[in-house]
Structure formats: structure tokens, C-alpha cells
Design a protein around this ligand. Structure first.
Ligand code: AMP
Ligand code: ZN
Length: 470
């Protein structure tokens, strides 16, 4: 199965060709853990999960690496503002380490409840300072850095391709540049690799380095960790569209300046989720989390359905009527799937008709993740009375590998288990996942929630069993 993806670098849809037969290397910029993820951030992770699922569906093994930014991300992407973690710690009276732990856990709770497949490698920046220092030393040896005011800067004038991803016009940028707050910079677009004598003397997270005690800039972490886990050249790098002009531009400059090689083959970016006031962002105040939605009675998978209803490269306006429509549609899907019974046709017995729906589905998802078209194929297939329920069930499972709407776990009506609400079943699987990750606190919390919903959960040698409390 061929997969076609839009590459931000070429501004074109290209056939995907991996570097190696072994696996597809995919790096996704992860959260800055100073606050809860908002549902705009989560839209980006849903897009990345869909990409990973499509690649797996097409037969590739994917090595998915995601960082956790727990140091160095300032409130302004261009080295201005305050450290986001420090600010959050100060405002809440906690330590930066507590803040990082708390919001990383909260992030993965959202991640699991959206049925996102966890990355193969999750790498916190604070655990990879050594790799960052080595990369900076390599850049230093190549003459790409300078030290000013105690900080180590990357000099963009030493990298002629600077700005190629964003198609920045450097001459225009220079003449139009605002007076930079950081007067140490030779070029306003230069950026910090390592802070020592920075404006944040009281920074809690600091490490020794050849340039003095300090901490890394934000961009260097993604270059250092992605290369550490995926090699000096890898297949796909993803993120939100806002990362293009500064963060990803700087990542490319420092990675390719260090290695002299092309770093990433496919750049993919998810468009924004919009609130009434424009881009949803933590600073605009218009900031919705997943728990705001669940408190209003939506299932996290309703939000996943809402996002899949638009292609990842278009802006998506958030609205409650839109969420209501997604909720109704998903409930309809679940009901239809439940009514199919529990017989699944064998792969060898699939008719041409069903096969053609599956092919149409693949045609959509393999063409730059066309999820709206894919959803409509699923609906048409379910409504087609000329194919058997057992075949429909087979096709639903096939399609849900990509959609991730939990349809493969829907129990047949009348099977006994269907009387158990879906929310309870979801909590059971979240608890199983938490146990697998030895996250006992979350596992206990889920058990308590199951209990509160009127169900008794018992662990048996064949797995958990559920009983309605009388
Ligand atoms: P952050 O935790 O702020 O570093 O952001 C995590 C991810 O969410 C990044 O890839 C951002 O580009 C992305 N992002 C931020 N705001 C939005 C939004 N309104 N819609 C979609 N993605 C976003
Ligand atoms: Zn990044």
C-alpha cells in the first residue's frame, strides 16, 4: 500500500519512501509540561497518532519518539520572555520538578483517554542534557556558535540554508527586524543553545557545562534527542504549524550544520484548532482542556471523532454544536457496530463489495490522511444492506485500526457485556494500561471511578471481571 503525505518542505504531496526497511523514524515535538494540554494541542497529537496508524496500516513498523519539554522553553519562541516552567512553579508555589511530573502525568491521562498509541520513546529534555552538550560542542567545533553575555548562540549566518522550511526571506527579515531584546545577538534570528549568565539567575534547573553552569535552549533538545534515538537522518518530523518559522527552522539549522547531512525527509504540520478568538492558546485565556469537555458529558472519543471530521491541514473551528454532532455521530456508530452481533467473517471470506469499501477507505487515509472521506466510507459500508454483518464487523475492525475510535472493542448488543456502559469499559482499559505502566496511583483512581459508577471490578487469572453492584 502506497502512502502519500504532504511535505511542508516541498509544499507538495509526495509518495512516502522510508530511509530503511527496518522502521519508519518519526519524531513529534511533545508538550511543554507547565500546564494542562489544551484541546488545540491535543488536535495535533490526534493528527500524529493518525499518521502513525496509517503507516502501520500500510505495513510499516514505526519508531515514534516524542520529547517532553521540561526545561528551556521561554514564553517567547525567540529567546524572549520567561521560562515557562519556572513561571508556573512560582505561580503555584511548587518546585519545577513537581510541576513537570504533575503535568506529564496529566498529559498522558489525556493521551490514553483519546486512544492515542503511546510513543515508543518518551524523552524528557532534562534527562538528555549530555546529548545536548555534545551537539553544541560539535556546532562549536564547526564554527557555528559564538559566546556573548555568557550564553552560547547559534550563528545563522554560518548556515546558508537557514529558513528553508518556512521560506523565510532573510534580507527582508533583517531590514524589517524589530530591535531584539537580546543585544548579544549578532543577527536577530540567532538563537541561544546554552544559557549561563542569563536573565534567570535563580533558575532551579541547571547543569554544569563547558560554558558554565546553566541550561539548554529549547530548540537544541529536539535535535539532540531525535538524533540520539533515530539517527542523524530520519523519515518524518511532525508538530503544530506554529513550529515552522522558529522552532523547526532552528532545529534544521543546528542539526544540518552539525552533521552536514539532510536531517529529515518529510516535514508534517497540523493546522490550528480555533476558538472564537482565533488560535486556541494558553496565553489567550480561551483555553479548553479535555476535562472541561468530559465534565460537560462528552467522551474523549467524541473529540477524536470531531477532529477526524476535518483534514489535519485545515483550520478547525471548535464549537459545542460541532461537539454535539460528533457525539451523536459516534453514538450512532457504536450502536450500529453493537447491532452487528459478535460473528466476524474470516479474511479469506471477504466479498468483493466489502473489499472495495476497504480499498476506498485506504484510498482516503493513504492520501495524506483523508479522515473525513474515510469516515464517510465507514458510514456507507455500515448502511449497505447487501453485505453481511460478519463482514461488516471485519471491515469495522480493519478501519478502526486507523480511526482509533474504539469500535473494535464495542460488544455486541445482547451479549451481556453490552449492558455495561462504554464509559466504564473505557475506565477498565485505562486501568489496565496504567497497571501495565506500573502507574498504581492512576490504576487505583480508575478502580475508584468504576466503583463510583456502580460496578465492582475483580482481577481474575483470565483478566478483570466486572459485576454490577446491587
Ligand atoms: P506546547 O505544549 O505549547 O509546546 O504545544 C504542543 C503542540 O501543540 C505543538 O506541536 C504546537 O504546535 C501545537 N499547538 C499549539 N496550539 C495549537 C492549536 N491551537 N491547535 C493545534 N495545535 C496547536
Ligand atoms: Zn521540537
Amino acid at each position: 500500500m502506497k502512502v502519500y503525505l504532504y511535505n511542508t518542505m516541498s509544499r507538495a504531496v509526495e509518495e512516502f519512501k522510508p530511509i530503511s526497511d527496518e522502521y519508519v523514524g518519526m519524531y513529534c515535538c511533545g508538550p511543554t509540561v507547565y500546564n494542562y494540554a489544551h484541546i488545540g494541542n491535543l488536535r495535533t497529537y490526534i493528527f500524529e497518532d493518525t499518521l502513525k496508524r496509517v503507516l502501520r496500516h500500510a505495513g510499516y513498523k514505526v519508531k515514534h519518539v516524542m520529547n517532553i519539554t521540561d526545561v528551556g522553553h521561554l514564553t517567547g519562541d525567540g529567546d524572549d520572555g520567561e521560562d515557562k516552567m519556572e513561571k508556573s512553579a512560582r505561580e503555584s508555589g511548587k518546585t519545577v520538578w513537581d510541576i513537570a511530573k504533575f503535568y506529564t502525568d496529566a498529559f498522558f491521562k489525556d493521551y490514553d483517554s483519546l486512544n492515542l498509541i503511546r510513543p515508543d520513546v518518551v524523552c524528557p529534555a532534562t534527562k538528555h542534557i549530555g546529548q545536548m552538550i555534545k551537539l553544541i560542542q560539535r556546532l562549536e567545533a564547526g564554527g557555528h556558535t559564538y559566546i556573548a553575555g555568557g550564553n552560547v548562540y547559534f550563528s545563522i549566518d554560518t548556515f546558508p540554508d537557514y529558513g528553508k522550511l518556512a521560506k523565510l526571506n532573510l534580507d527582508e527579515l533583517k531590514s524589517g527586524a524589530r530591535i531584539d531584546i537580546d543585544s548579544n545577538k549578532r543577527n536577530p534570528k540567532d538563537f541561544v543553545l546554552w544559557f549561563t549568565n542569563s536573565k534567570f539567575g535563580e533558575q532551579a534547573m541547571m547543569w554544569d557545562s563547558p560554558w558554565g553552569r546553566g541550561y539548554p535552549g529549547w530548540h537544541i533538545e529536539c535535535s539532540a534527542m531525535s538524533m540520539h534515538y533515530l539517527g542523524e537522518s530520519f523519515d518524518i518530523h511532525c508538530g503544530g504549524i506554529d513550529a515552522i518559522p522558529v522552532h523547526h527552522t532552528n532545529e534544521i539549522a543546528q542539526s544540518e550544520a552539525a552533521t552536514g547531512k539532510k536531517w529529515v525527509n518529510y516535514w508534517m504540520h497540523g493546522e490550528f484548532l480555533l476558538s472564537d478568538k482565533g488560535k486556541m492558546s494558553k496565553s489567550s485565556g480561551e483555553f479548553l482542556t479535555l476535562s472541561v469537555l468530559t465534565n460537560r458529558g462528552y467522551n474523549p472519543l467524541d473529540y477524536r471523532y470531531f477532529c477526524l471530521g476535518a483534514t489535519y491541514r485545515t483550520q478547525l473551528q471548535f464549537s459545542y454544536p460541532g461537539m454535539d454532532a460528533a457525539k451523536t455521530a459516534r453514538a450512532g456508530l457504536v450502536e450500529r457496530v453493537a447491532s452487528l452481533g459478535d460473528q466476524i467473517a474470516d479474511a479469506s471470506a471477504i466479498s468483493e463489495k466489502t473489499r472495495s469499501y476497504m480499498d476506498q477507505f485506504d484510498g482516503f487515509v493513504c492520501n495524506d490522511l483523508g479522515t473525513p472521506g474515510a469516515l464517510s466510507v465507514l458510514w456507507t459500508m455500515l448502511k449497505d444492506e447487501s453485505i453481511s454483518n460478519a463482514e461488516k464487523k471485519f471491515a469495522v475492525n480493519y478501519m478502526d485500526q486507523v480511526l482509533g475510535l474504539g469500535l473494535d472493542a464495542v460488544k455486541a448488543s445482547g451479549s451481556g457485556e453490552s449492558d455495561i456502559p462504554e464509559e466504564v469499559m473505557k475506565l477498565v482499559s485505562l486501568r489496565a494500561e496504567a497497571k501495565k505502566n506500573k502507574d498504581w496511583t492512576s490504576a487505583d483512581m480508575y478502580r475508584k471511578q468504576i466503583d463510583d459508577m456502580g460496578y465492582l471490578l475483580k482481577d481474575t487469572p483470565t483478566g478483570p471481571s466486572l459485576q454490577k453492584k446491587v
